[in-house]
Design a binder for this molecule. Structure first.
Ligand SMILES: [Zn+2]
Length: 319
């Protein structure tokens, strides 16, 4: 695993461009051309988060992919996280399913997207053969789904790391298993025990949990998940998780209920759905796009970028 480093000046330029471009509708091409991409400073981990995307390039999937690569030229993502519903409408049938090419390999072709993709399963993935998405990890250098739930750490600098915990939220929230392959076989008690055991031993300064289903969402299609508020929220708060990333709702959201956890939805990798606001909503927009996150030892910065390459929102939190 390699760690690319990005300079403060690049981030500063990026942040500056964020602020400027909120007032205009230009894309970032001119800014990209001005960025001295080879300048480097140790101590920053950058990654993209995208969800709900696999539609053979349609519904702006291809445009989002192109803009991920454009932003990638500036911030050099170390890896990419996929929040699930990777293939519509019915997942993939095998590691030879044609959607591996038409919705993944032939779409995310940019040079800066050839890093590891850490993925979780969504409900649409369960309509196919979920095991095929695990098995494809053995065929692909970048697709990475070692299990239905798993954890890994990444170094930010010599003394700081971040722990990522990838969950399978599907069996936690879906009660009617009829349409969902082997979901009934998944042991949710075991998964929640595992989550506790990982969190209780996690000594990393930053902790980020990823799953397909949102805990909090203001999209009227699904809304808040009473089940995940009961099952997950107390654990996230108790163990000091700073950020919960999900997809499922087809938009870009930042929800901040009381407590220490920020809830982000990046589920706009292709098609979108009309969204609304709740009292907990800091930002919501039903536009195709993705999130770019930059972590240092003492700060987390998140940007939402739409399919035209325009940064439409950013927030930061300290540690
Ligand atoms: Zn979903």
């Amino acid at each position: 695993m390699h760690f690319r480093l990005i300079p403060a000046i690049v981030l500063a330029t990026f942040l500056h461009s964020c602020q400027s471009f909120q007032k205009t509708t230009n894309d970032l091409t001119t800014v990209v051309n001005k960025v001295p991409a080879k300048l480097g400073k140790k101590g920053t981990l950058n990654f993209f988060v995208i969800g709900d995307w696999g539609r053979n390039g349609s519904h702006h999937q291809k445009e989002v992919a192109e803009q991920m690569n454009e932003i990638g030229k500036m911030i050099h993502p170390n890896f990419i996280i996929s929040t699930g519903d990777n293939f519509y409408p019915n997942g993939v049938g095998s590691v030879y399913d044609k959607q591996w090419l038409s919705s993944f390999e032939n779409i995310y072709t940019g040079k800066h997207l050839q890093c590891k993709w850490y993925a979780v399963l969504g409900n649409h993935d369960y309509r196919g053969t979920p095991q095929a998405e695990l098995d494809y990890s053995k065929k692909s250098l970048r697709w990475t789904m070692p299990d239905r739930y798993y954890t890994l750490t990444q170094k930010i600098d010599d003394s700081t790391s971040v722990r990522f915990i990838f969950l399978d939220s599907n069996p936690l929230v879906i009660k009617n298993h009829n349409y969902y392959s082997d979901m009934a076989l998944q042991d949710t008690v075991q998964q929640l025990k595992w989550l506790d055991s990982v969190l209780v031993h996690a000594k990393e300064k930053w902790k980020i949990v990823i799953a397909h289903h949102p805990v909090y969402s203001s999209n009227p299609r699904h809304g808040n998940s009473a089940r995940l508020i009961t099952l997950l929220r107390p654990k996230l708060e108790k163990y000091g998780v700073q950020l919960y990333l999900s997809g499922h709702d087809h938009d870009l959201q930042h929800q901040k209920p009381a407590g220490t956890v920020d809830y982000v939805i990046s589920g706009a990798g292709s098609q979108t759905r009309r969204t609304t606001e709740h009292l907990t909503t800091k930002f919501t927009r039903d536009v195709s796009g993705f999130a770019a996150i930059s972590l240092t030892s003492d700060s987390l910065k998140l940007y939402f970028i739409d399919y035209t390459g325009t940064p439409i929102y950013s927030f930061s939190k300290g540690k």
